[in-house]
Design a protein around this ligand. Structure first.
Ligand code: GTP
Ligand code: MG
Length: 225
């Protein structure tokens, strides 16, 4: 075997470009992970305090992620955005994402209002896909909030996308995502119609569960102790 090829494979430093990109992503990951921790803590504190005051936890559980480099790249290309690594955070607001899974529909708005009220946060965007579901049946409340993160020698306001939904909405969205992935993007019309019907059935069940919960809650409030 040619010795010069071997030495090239083992001795080559990564190119300056690759090194820059890897370093930049490591920094993005660290900063956005910090922002997720800030917002998650706020949500945990709200959930605990609400339980203390009202004997009910609005939040069932939370999930979070920092967008992968592949997804960042794919979205920049899809949207025709600038590929300059320094401009990424000015163009994408969903690099940090938290999914808040609530018990009941009312809990979604309780959590959203309590979070929006905090005066260190800025509300960058709000889309209510519950009052106005997507045409395929997708339901969730989406907020993008800017949270200040205090680093050693600077403060950065970092956007975090918060998707708030019930367990039932999450069940539908997870399966729809899986099925769409399986169908490689193009879901046949008759399946899309069935999925939409499922979403409506689920939304009706959510409302029914909400009514039962509110009824029992009122009963409890007015019953003599
Ligand atoms: P993305 O490029 O997908 O981030 O969309 P966007 O920036 O235009 O925002 P949008 O509010 O449409 O969607 C943001 C996120 O909500 C997505 O990344 C998904 O996590 C979720 N979402 C939105 N629409 C759907 C949907 O039809 N089905 C499922 N399963 N999830 C959805
Ligand atoms: Mg997204």
């Amino acid at each position: 075997m040619n010795a010069s090829i071997l030495s090239q494979n083992f001795d080559n430093e990564p190119s300056a470009d690759l090194k820059n990109v890897l370093t930049a992503y490591a920094k993005i990951n660290k900063n956005y992970t910090a922002a997720i921790r800030e917002v998650k803590t706020k949500l945990e504190i709200l959930d605990d305090d609400f339980q203390l005051l009202h004997k009910h936890n609005p939040i069932h559980h939370m999930e979070s992620r920092v967008k992968s480099p592949e997804s960042i790249y794919e979205k920049l290309i899809r949207r025709g955005y600038d590929l300059d690594i320094n401009k990424i955070s000015k163009q994408l607001f969903d690099i940090a994402g938290i999914r808040v899974i609530c018990h009941y529909v009312d809990d979604i708005y309780i959590v959203a209002e309590l979070l929006k009220k905090q005066d260190d946060l800025t509300v960058i965007k709000e889309v209510d896909y519950i009052k106005n579901p997507k045409s395929n049946g997708y339901r969730s409340l989406h907020l993008v909030v800017g949270v200040p993160v205090f680093f050693v020698n600077r403060v950065e306001r970092i956007p975090v996308e918060v998707q708030i939904r019930t367990m039932a909405m999450d069940f539908w969205a997870s399966l729809e995502h899986q099925l769409r992935y399986k169908a490689e993007g193009e879901i046949p019309k008759f399946i899309a119609e069935e999925l939409k019907e499922c979403s409506e059935n689920i939304a009706n069940s959510d409302l029914q569960m909400q009514k039962i919960h509110s009824f029992l809650d009122d009963l409890d409030k007015f019953s003599p102790k």
